[in-house]
Unconditional design. Structure first.
Length: 134
């Protein structure tokens, strides 16, 4: 994602999550850092090569194959859904996004299509395009 950086919170509960720990050291690092690259609805591109370039571009010890394996394990642990948009582009949705990101005051619309059955949470905007006060 390019443009203005968006804030993401990583709570200390991530380090005590059995599901995250089951990913192993590389997988846990990839998952934790993946959170910081998701848009306001918890989505990001899902092609392993792109995830590698976004999340761990300078860590040579983590390969595209490691990312592929980690994404598969994340799916098995119900941490993410891997899916494709209507154009066939691979995407990722973090499943517990609203538990991991409870501190988000304002929620923008996603840059990507939602997976089937997912309901976005978007903060309304006023006539000037600014977030309406809650």
């Amino acid at each position: 994602m390019s443009g203005k950086a968006e804030s993401r919170l990583i709570y200390n509960t991530v380090s005590t999550s059995e599901r995250v720990a089951s990913l192993g050291v590389k997988g846990a690092l990839i998952f934790t850092w993946l959170i910081t690259h998701c848009d306001a609805q918890g989505r990001t591109p899902g092609k392993p090569k792109v995830v590698k370039q976004l999340v761990v571009p300078f860590i040579e010890e983590i390969t595209v194959e490691d990312v592929t394996q980690a994404l598969e394990l994340m799916g098995e642990q119900k941490l993410i859904i891997s899916y494709a948009d209507s154009n066939g582009r691979p995407l990722i949705q973090i499943l517990d996004w609203w538990q991991w990101q409870t501190g988000l005051k304002y929620k923008s619309a996603s840059h990507y299509e939602a997976p089937e059955g997912w309901e976005d949470r978007v903060t309304p905007r006023d006539g000037d395009g600014k977030f309406a006060k809650e």
